[in-house]
Design a protein around this ligand. Structure first.
Ligand code: G6P
Ligand code: BGC
Ligand code: BGC
Length: 924
């Protein structure tokens, strides 16, 4: 008993496929025929409903709505621009899945703007059925073998080849060369591939084949290849439409409408994957019993229902099912059937296309039906052609409804009432089926009347388009390699950081012993952190950071109250004469006193002076050298307390009593020490950087006494000025140093602090632009302007909450025309530069806390570090990277970082308060 198909089709009874005696044409055959053909009729209303429903599903998917799950996937393809014709080079393209049971390998030479077009050379390889449904590895090994066989014909030698992989199945792409197969379609069903990265599977197979060194740089859907392969003259095409064994389309969507992408500008190519469109409301009425039968028999029942009404893999099957249905009801072929007619795949797209081809004529149809083992009567051929026409017309109309949905989406996405658009078409249904395109065009004009659509047949099935994408991917991959090479010196290893820590320890020891060292290790005459008994009102100055501040600090039992005022230090004053600078400082103090109603009151004053000073006492500090953009004359080598007192005298502000001068690191340590007595380290990472800590007096060779402690201002900004950091310094650091007002000095500071990080980034960006990696290789005037790239931009650009679009906004405000890839690379440059800074800073802190631990012979040390400085406070990751590096390099120290709230002015006041208390005790 032969098998019975879903349509109750008998398979093979009586004389080969024929009933005992030829069946007279049943009287109702016309109805039977009409009833069959009517099923394939789709009304305008139904087409509009399909158009609307598909559009709805597309927009649901774009907005990232997951429930109910949209029936089309709308997959971003990472193709962000249509080709701009500059692509050039030789590329190998491997096409799998676009043309059914065969794969194609192409050698494509792109000539760039040189214009004339080289014909791609290609070869097709039939994929054995068992390979299409066998283990995935077998399929990819088969592809790799075909690749080598193809390349054997080319004088490749051992040159590296770049390959574009056209993989025509629904995939989640996470990059131009990273794509995970969602599900097989179109007769493929290999195991172990769904959910896998198909690029990696191909790379592994090529590796196993080992014949050629082939770099798979891009994976592209055939619809995208078709769009990108659009003839430059004709395009650019912004829609790619494929109807081959399967069907699909892609188009250029506004990136801001694609929820999964955090992009707000530019366009991105979306692969619609409309083959899976199903909406019972819209499709239900047009699905015929033959469609259900076909789906039931297919490899993926229930899936790709829309594709199964359009794709070339199915058109022949639909025709077969209808013909078999009519044959067994005696309507056709005298009720005779044949094994070909009764078996799946018996009628192919080619058959249908030829039988429908008006020029083919009945004779050709006759031959085809005979080849299928049938004995058609004259009336049969016409009927068969009607069936073919019905099936194909419906396919073209449904495809048109889907395309019209894409066009409507484009109108909405671009807020354009009318739309002029070029659609690249590809696939054998277009090539072979005589009327498919014309029916599609007519129907699109009906469904999308406001769209002026030109259809551009792709000349080589998208091979060139895939090569275009591969060229773009190759360019981006090359850029990425250049970016990594450029940033590699900024990526410090644990060993390098441990070496910095060890070198700093040695330099600290030499500095404390008064030997030559890039670390001056300056005694500050602060011997104790506050003990909370300090009391009184104090004036404090805070010079050397971003802002110059004058403060009134009231230290009382209830705590410390501060009122302060920020004054600017114009660059001309900071780099003018010393007298001018200190007169300006005293003017600010007097102005502050007046505003605070303190005029005439004599309050002890603590002076935070954030520059390297050799202190001879609490109120004596010889400026060793200016840093951080200050360069006032006649100050270096002078006691800055004297310079201040002289300025006070010149201003007759006699009531001002300068009691102490402290470095901002010391002020910060004291300020935080007031809250947490374990705070014995001060750290500044702002305009400049530096640290101080409580050292054992016995270790400070330049100060008498060997009991108790002395706070040491390390002046670590100068670490490495003896060349000991040479192995870490990059050309960018050298450029920043040479352009600074103190070349060769403060090398450690110039790798870490806020005054310099922006400049380092700017130099890296200039370098990458000169390599053509950034900004299309066009250096803008702005980017060549010193200090145009502020360090605060790093903090803004690296903030997690900032989407790439905001990164772009910052850079565009700088007059830098950039692509989204550029924005991503600028972000990576900022991350590399700030990460190195934070790690170097962490290595320094690790050296200090380990010194304290060893000083005290402790197994474990618990210590707090008072920190201040805009970079440390504002940068989103700096502080955590410093802490992580300290944990890594000083695991036996439990370090708490306390961000100073009131700045070091409070610390200066506390140092002054301690000095006053000690002075009173010596006087009693
Ligand atoms: C705070 C302190 C200053 C210190 C500054 C460093 O403002 O009060 O004494 O110099 O931080 O940070 P900055 O980012 O301002 O250079
Ligand atoms: C696949 C698409 C492909 C289309 C045309 C469909 O079955 O899902 O990715 O573009 O066929 O080949
Ligand atoms: C100065 C230090 C200061 C640091 C932070 C450096 O340039 O030399 O004295 O502590 O900046 O402001």
């Amino acid at each position: 008993m032969d098998s019975v198909g879903p349509l109750g089709l008998q398979q093979g009874d009586g004389a080969p496929g024929c009933p005992q005696e030829a069946l007279p044409c049943p009287s109702n055959s016309p109805e039977l025929v009409q009833e069959c053909l009517r099923q394939f009729k789709v009304t305008g209303a139904q087409l509009r409903q399909i158009q609307a429903s598909l559009l709805g599903s597309m927009e649901q998917a774009l907005s990232g709505q997951a429930n109910p799950a949209p029936t089309v996937r709308m997959l971003p393809t990472y193709v962000g621009s249509v080709p701009h014709g500059t692509e050039q080079g030789d590329f190998v393209v491997l096409e799998l899945g676009a043309i059914g049971a065969s794969l194609r390998v192409l050698w494509v030479t792109l000539m760039g703007t040189k214009g004339h077009r080289m014909e791609p050379q290609s070869r097709e390889f039939v994929i054995p059925q068992e390979v299409m449904v066998g283990p995935g590895q077998q399929l990819f090994d088969f592809a790799a073998r075909c690749l080598s066989e193809f390349l054997d014909a080319f004088p490749v030698g051992n040159q590296g080849l770049q390959l574009g992989f056209s993989f025509s199945f629904p995939c989640h792409q996470t990059g131009l060369d990273k794509s995970t197969l969602i599900s097989w379609t179109k007769g493929f069903r290999c195991s172990g591939v769904e959910g896998q990265d198909v690029v990696q599977l191909l790379r592994d197979a090529i590796q196993r084949q080992g014949a050629y060194s082939i770099d798979v740089v891009a994976v592209v859907n055939d619809a995208v290849g078709t769009m990108m392969g659009c003839e430059p003259g004709a395009g650019p095409c912004e829609v790619g439409l494929v109807v081959d064994t399967g069907t699909n389309a892609c188009y250029m969507e506004e990136a801001r409408h694609v929820a999964v992408l955090d992009e707000d500008r530019g366009r991105v190519c979306i692969s619609v994957e409309w083959g899976s469109f199903s909406d019972d409301g819209a499709l239900g009425p047009v699905l015929t019993t033959f469609d259900h039968a076909l789906d039931h028999e297919s490899l993926n029942p229930g899936a790709q229902r829309f594709e199964k009404m359009i794709g070339g893999l199915y058109l022949g099957e639909l025709v077969r099912l209808v013909l078999a249905h009519l044959a067994q009801r005696g309507v056709l072929f005298g009720g005779c059937t044949s094994p070909a007619l009764l078996s799946r795949g018996g009628i192919l797209l080619e058959h249908v296309a030829e039988m429908e081809d008006p020029s083919a004529g009945a004779a050709r149809v006759h031959t085809i039906l005979q080849d299928l083992g049938l004995r058609p009567r004259a009336s049969d051929t016409e009927l068969v052609r009607h069936v073919c026409a019905a099936v194909c017309t419906r396919a073209a109309q449904l495809c048109a409804a889907a395309l019209a949905a894409v066009l409507s989406r484009l109108q909405r996405s671009r807020e354009q009432e009318t739309l002029q658009i070029a659609v690249a078409t590809g696939g054998r249904v277009f090539e072979r089926h005589p009327r498919f395109l014309s029916i599609l065009q007519e129907t699109v004009m009906l469904l999308a009347p406001k769209c002026d659509v030109s259809f551009i047949p792709s000349v080589d099935g998208g091979g060139r388009g895939v090569a275009m994408v591969t060229a773009v991917a190759a360019r981006l991959a090359a850029h990425r390699r250049l970016l990594e090479e450029t940033l590699a010196p900024f990526r410090l290893t644990r060993e390098q950081l441990a070496a910095v820590q060890a070198q700093m320890r040695e330099a600290m020891a030499r500095g404390l012993r008064g030997e030559a060292s890039s670390l001056r290790m300056l005694p500050t005459y602060v011997r104790a952190t506050p003990d909370g008994s300090e009391r009184g009102d104090f004036l404090a100055l805070d010079l050397g950071g971003t802002n110059f501040r004058v403060l009134l600090v009231r230290v009382a039992t209830g705590g410390v109250q501060i009122s302060s005022q920020i004054y600017s230090i114009p660059e001309c004053v900071a780099q003018g004469s010393g007298q001018q600078l200190f007169d300006h400082i005293v003017d600010c103090i007097v102005d502050f006193q007046q505003k605070q109603g303190l005029s005439g009151q004599s309050l002890p004053l603590g002076f935070t002076f954030s520059f390297p000073c050799r202190q001879l006492g609490l109120d004596q500090g010889i400026l060793l050298t200016w840093t951080k953009g200050f360069n006032a004359s006649d100050c270096e080598g002078q006691d800055v307390v004297c310079l201040l007192r002289e300025a006070i005298r010149r201003r007759q502000a006699t009531e001002l009593n300068v009691v102490a001068i402290v470095n901002d690191t010391v002020g910060t340590m004291m300020s935080c020490g007031y809250e947490d007595p374990r705070c014995e380290v001060g750290l500044i990472v702002g305009t400049g950087t530096n640290a101080c800590y409580m050292e054992e007096l016995r270790n400070v060779a330049s100060v008498a006494g060997d009991s108790g402690h002395m706070c040491i201002n390390m002046e670590w900004g100068a670490f490495g000025d003896d060349g000991s950091l040479g192995m870490l310094s990059t050309n960018f650091d050298a450029s920043v140093d040479q352009a600074s007002i103190n070349p060769g000095k403060q090398r450690f500071e110039k790798m870490i602090s806020g005054m310099y990080l922006g400049e380092i980034v700017r130099h890296v960006l200039l370098h990458l632009t000169s390599l053509g990696v950034l900004f299309r290789g066009q250096p803008t005037q702005r980017l060549q302007t010193r200090d145009i790239f502020k360090t605060k931009f790093l903090s803004e650009i690296e903030s997690d909450s900032l989407a790439l679009r905001q990164v772009r906004a910052i850079l565009e405000a700088l007059g830098l025309p950039l692509t989204s890839d550029d924005a991503l690379m600028v972000l990576e440059v900022c991350q590399a530069v700030s990460q190195r800074a934070a790690q170097l800073c962490g290595a320094g802190v690790a050296a200090v806390v380990e010194k304290i631990r060893e000083n005290r012979g402790l197994e474990e040390l618990t210590v707090s570090v008072g920190v201040d400085g805009t970079l440390y406070k504002m940068h989103p990751h700096f502080s955590s990277l410093v802490a992580a590096t300290v944990r890594e390099l000083a695991p036996r120290c439990a370090v708490t970082f306390l961000q100073s709230e009131d700045g070091s002015g409070k610390g200066a006041a506390l140092v002054t308060a301690v000095a006053c208390r000690l002075a009173q005790m010596t006087h009693v």
